[in-house]
Design a protein around this ligand. Structure first.
Ligand SMILES: [Zn+2]
Length: 394
């Protein structure tokens, strides 16, 4: 039984393969995490039962599927807890009780309303309960944990960045150029767009919008327009511009610091008046240059504009934070006599998760080889594309 007032009062039935008996507690915990995590945001799970099926080895084709009150998950014999499987797939499939079950949107014409919204909520619920994922590499029939943390939702949705401009997200399922683009847009771009919206609105406001949408359309058939209306009504502002630039666009977001310099202010040169005549030496009060002259330029490299924050970090722990509507192609920040500029960073808090290239988001004024190698290591890991987590969730 799982009981949480105003969230669920549900008998959980787990049909587990005998060889996976050791994972019974993990399956049950994940199911409860899902009931609670989704129910608190989207309203109570309305049914008295929920059945979770663990398919046998060799029958993974039956895993990771959703039906009202009945889901199939899946796991491996070797499943380190850090890999978050079977947790991720169990929570994802449960999420479909809401996104397509209670909120019965059209899965073919608007697939992002079920798979994309569910991916977004899965990242939230799994991330809050379990933290970062450490994926497993499968090689020569063995499964090894890799020592790299996978952060939700940014890292779990990286497949979007490879095909960012291939299709308009809001396309019917049969109109995508490739299956890869379908998955990357419908699941991952939607999840990143929703998470970006959450960071622009704040989580409590985002939750109000989600709850309004879920309450209004429970046991009915919502469309994208109904979601946009729920955001408007929950915030009192029209966010159509956001959806035009994300859901209804194939354009990419990419902001970059393209230039960051800091030079010592030199004493002025030339002829100076002194005691009625002209001399080449500047007067004492100007002879010593004061401070540093710093310039940083942030550019919009992508077609899509988003409101963005910029941080300039100066010597002596001074920080200057600015916001920019992001509409123009570039914006320049200049300080004439200040402390030495050390670093400029655009989107320092990782709010605009749709930014397709984060490696250009920061620039050090003095080359710091440690920072460069940190980024290189991360980039190489993602290029190798080794993770197999979440591949069974559909
Ligand atoms: Zn799914």
């Amino acid at each position: 039984m799982f009981r949480e007032p105003a969230v669920a009062d549900t008998q959980i039935r787990l049909l587990l393969q005998p060889e996976h008996r050791g994972q019974q507690a993990r399956y049950l915990k994940a199911t409860k995490v899902a009931l609670s995590g989704y129910g608190r945001v989207l309203g109570p799970y309305p049914y008295p039962t929920l059945t979770v099926v663990d398919p046998p080895w060799g029958a993974m084709g039956a895993g990771g599927m959703e039906y009202p009150t009945f889901i199939t998950a899946g796991t491996h014999r070797m499943a380190p807890a850090s890999a978050q499987s079977p947790e991720g797939v169990t929570i994802h499939e449960f999420g479909h009780q809401y996104f397509y079950g209670l909120l019965a949107s059209n899965e073919f014409e608007e697939p992002w309303l079920d798979e994309g919204f569910n991916e977004y909520m899965e990242d939230r619920v799994v991330g809050a309960a379990y933290g970062s994922n450490r994926p497993v590499l499968t090689a020569f029939g063995f499964r090894f944990p890799i020592g790299v943390a996978v952060h939700r939702p940014l890292d779990t949705n990286r497949r979007y960045f490879q095909v960012a401009t291939e299709d308009v997200l809001a396309s019917p399922a049969w109109k995508f150029r490739t299956r890869t683009s379908y998955g990357a847009n419908v699941y991952s771009k939607t999840a990143l767009a929703m998470a970006t919206l959450e960071r622009l609105l704040g989580t409590p406001t985002m939750n109000r919008a989600l709850r309004l949408y879920a309450d209004r359309w429970r046991f009915r058939h919502p469309t994208t327009a109904d979601w946009i209306a729920a955001v408007r009504d929950a915030t009192g502002r029209d966010y159509r511009w956001f959806f035009d630039r994300t859901f209804y666009s194939s354009g990419a977001v990419d902001y970059a610091v393209v230039d960051a310099k800091s030079e010592k202010v030199e004493p002025p040169k030339g002829l100076f008046e002194s005691e009625g005549g002209l001399v080449e030496k500047p007067p004492a009060e100007l002879a010593k240059g004061k401070g540093w002259k710093s310039v940083a330029t942030v550019a919009r490299l992508g077609d899509v504009a988003m409101p963005i924050e910029i941080v300039l970090k100066f010597d002596g722990n001074h920080t200057y934070r600015s916001t920019w509507d992001g509409e123009a192609r570039w914006k320049r920040f200049r300080v004439d006599r200040g402390p030495r500029l050390l670093e400029a960073v655009v989107d320092p808090d990782e709010k605009i998760l749709l930014d397709v290239d984060r490696t250009n988001n920061g620039r050090l004024v003095r080359a710091d080889p440690r920072a460069a190698s940190r980024w290189t290591a991360r980039a190489v890991f993602w290029m190798q594309n080794l993770i197999d987590s979440l591949t069974i969730a559909w």
